[in-house]
Design a protein around this ligand. Structure first.
Ligand code: PRX
Length: 654
């Protein structure tokens, strides 16, 4: 975002006060800020009390060995019991946990908490029969079907950390994750439905398993589409054979509060994804409390819907663990946001709370308001946004067109690493400003600082840091404590701040405006991608000598992947289909989400004298801007060569 847009943003004068009835009855009121400030640990202890514990903790927070935090030390807890059994035990077994909507018309399933308990218990027994023990890692590669929730909770019940890999990732990406966390069991399905057709998943698992030698012992397969699958006798097991016949009785063990719950891989600034480790007690406290707080959840009357895929952290924290721990009734949808389908679902299920990403909102804006206007969405009372900065236009459109001008919009800032929402308005307290995530939630410490770690004054920008440990914080990177320290904690060692990697600005009132990443990480449609990872994928192609990738502004997806490549001499001009060939190669290496929007074959890349690629200049080209200062380049004529190429590429497109 440019400085100009920035100053426009902070001059934003519109304010949206909370609706009076919501404010009067809000789960969390203004007093919470002062209460948390006075005694942060007591505040989070009260949030933890909302859960069912076996042994209660002796100590709320152990921060004696930073940056390695321990929360609710000595406590024992089972996440699956908190998400499922305790609601049944409290007499709410008949309450619907999931209104599942398949992509094909009329393919729906309602699952009550009592049914979910049986399913999770059966799956836990089936996994035990497959030799899964506490501490073992289980990989999950599935579409948005109820079994993915069951699989995650069954793992949690056993204390076997799951690693869910987004179904859009390639076999190679899956294989590297299997290897990194040494998973011996994979849960998948034959396929899922996307855009009206069955789309296969099992072949990617077969390929990934093949690549990892004898690492994977069993593949548990849900039959979803009925499409043909290759079957590996002795290794592959049908879910309907193993789970359906298992006993619905399963005694859940209580796990230590710090027992690993899951590993979620996310892109960092190097080619190797980072395995973010979340543990049990603190994570469940942070997610369930903030879900109740930020969405003002009233479990008896609300119907909640988070559109995120379970393959991302939002699906973990705000579709599985947070809402289920709170006993919510929610919608889960298998498909993609086809025109009108989402609003049909809102109408059919009388959804009251809706949580989605700015990319989706901008896509709907482009399609026009006639589509949502054709549905009755008067049930909605609160809207949420996550994953990337929401521009004021999209915020106001969301509020007016989807929210009928009566629903507050909560713009929630957080990360895979934070596990829980950190910065957000409180819907019953905050007068929202379109485009601002406002301020840190009660109990959360956030600030914007300069290079030295000094808090910047109101009206200025800098780096976003988190100043205090919080319950759902990542505990480390799987198998790599050093990278954990280096990545997040080495920037401000004196102050002990967590470095988020985001730029932010405080406006004149001290409210926060998020400005996107300050490192080599892109945010495409709310999904995090690393420039280095895509560069490595490009360079692994035999025709490519060098590659540089930048995230360029894109009207719909926020950012788009733009690549600049130098071909090997032996490849000549690469042939007429070189661009398509390279795009497909990236898709194969990483997945469709990483496929570059644009690839330019160039004779040289702009480098400093020390050989560092100056992506800033490439970004100028990709965003069709005047190229900035080139004086630090080793060879300042390089940019002319690239711009010449760009000019000819543009004219050949016309
Ligand atoms: O740059 C910020 C952006 O998404 C990054 C985190 O990405 P990920 O770990 O994939 O998690 C996405 C879902 C929580 C952040 O570093 N981001 C997330 N939410 C917002 C945001 N940027 C601006 N406003 C937000 N509300």
């Amino acid at each position: 975002m440019s400085e100009q847009t920035l100053s426009n943003l902070s001059r934003e004068e519109r304010r949206f006060e909370p609706p009076a009835d919501l404010a009067a009855d809000a789960n969390v009121k203004a007093e919470a800020y002062a209460r948390a400030e006075e005694d942060r640990e007591a505040f989070w202890a009260a949030a933890a009390e909302r859960l069912d514990w076996g042994q209660k903790w002796d100590q709320v927070l152990d921060w004696s060995d930073p940056p390695f935090a321990k929360w609710f030390v000595g406590g024992t807890i089972n996440a699956a019991v908190n998400c499922v059994d305790r609601h049944v035990d409290a007499g709410r077994g008949d309450k619907v946990a999931l209104h599942w909507v398949g992509e094909p018309e009329d393919d729906t399933r309602d699952i009550t908490y009592a049914e979910l308990k049986d399913l999770v218990s059966k799956a836990a027994n089936a996994l035990t029969d497959l030799g899964v023990k506490k501490g073992d890692r289980v990989a999950i590669y599935m579409p948005m079907i109820p079994e993915v929730v069951v699989a995650m909770l069954a793992c949690a019940r056993l204390g076997a950390p799951h690693t869910v890999v987004f179904g859009g990732f390639s076999a190679d990406a899956l294989a590297s994750r299997l290897e990194d966390c040494e998973a011996h069991v994979v849960i998948t399905s034959d396929g899922g439905y996307r855009r009206g057709a069955a789309s296969a998943l099992k072949p990617a698992v077969d390929e990934a398993v093949e690549k990892t030698g004898d690492l994977v012992r069993n593949v548990l397969v849900v039959r979803r589409t009925g499409q043909d699958v290759d079957w590996h006798e002795g290794r592959d097991v049908w879910w309907h054979d193993a789970v359906d016949s298992a006993s619905a009785e399963h005694e859940a063990e209580l796990h230590d509060s710090e027992h690993p719950l899951y590993v979620m891989y996310t892109s960092g600034t190097t080619g190797k994804p980072k395995g973010i480790l979340h543990t049990t007690g603190g994570y469940l406290t942070g997610t369930s409390f903030t879900h109740w707080e930020v969405f003002d959840l009233k479990p008896d009357t609300d119907v909640y819907w988070c559109t995120a895929d379970v393959g991302w952290v939002t699906g973990h924290s705000y579709m599985v663990y947070g809402p289920l721990a709170n006993g919510a009734t929610q919608v889960m949808y298998e498909g993609t946001p086809e025109k009108g389908r989402w609003w049909q679902i809102v109408q059919d299920y009388k959804v009251t709370i809706f949580y989605t990403a700015p990319t989706a909102i901008r896509t709907f804006m482009k399609q026009g308001r006639e589509i949502p206007d054709g549905y009755d969405m008067s049930s909605l009372r609160l809207l949420g946004s996550v994953g990337e900065p929401i521009n004021p236009e999209a915020y106001v459109w969301y509020r007016e067109v989807i929210g009928g001008d009566r629903c507050p919009v909560v713009d929630t800032w957080w990360q895979t690493e934070t596990g829980q929402i950190m910065i957000s308005p409180l819907p019953g307290v905050t007068a929202g400003k379109p485009g601002s995530a406002m301020k840190a939630l009660p109990g959360v410490g956030a600030d914007v600082v300069d290079d030295e770690g000094n808090s910047v004054p109101d009206g200025s920008g800098g780096y976003l840091v988190l100043t205090k440990p919080w319950p759902a914080m990542l505990r480390t990177l799987w198998g790599d404590d050093q990278r954990f320290k280096d990545t997040y904690w080495s920037r401000y060692p004196k102050q002990g701040f967590y470095f988020a990697g985001d730029g932010a600005k405080k406006d004149e009132d001290g409210d926060l405006w998020m400005l996107g990443r300050v490192d080599d990480v892109m945010n495409v449609s709310g999904h995090r991608l690393s420039t280095t990872e895509i560069e490595s994928a490009l360079v692994s192609h035999p025709k490519v000598a060098e590659a540089a990738v930048v995230g360029a502004a894109d009207e719909t997806t926020g950012q788009a992947v733009c690549a600049f490549v130098i071909l090997r001499e032996s490849a000549g001009d690469g042939g007429p289909d070189i661009v398509e060939e390279l795009r497909k190669h990236v898709q194969k290496e990483i997945g469709a989400i990483a496929k570059p929007r644009q690839i330019m074959v160039v004779p040289e890349l702009p480098k400093t004298r020390s050989g560092k690629i100056m992506r800033r200049l490439l970004k100028d080209v990709a965003e069709h801007r005047e190229v900035g200062d080139v004086t630090t380049l080793a060879d300042s004529t390089v940019m002319d060569l690239i711009k010449d190429k760009e000019g000819s590429a543009a004219s050949s497109e016309e």
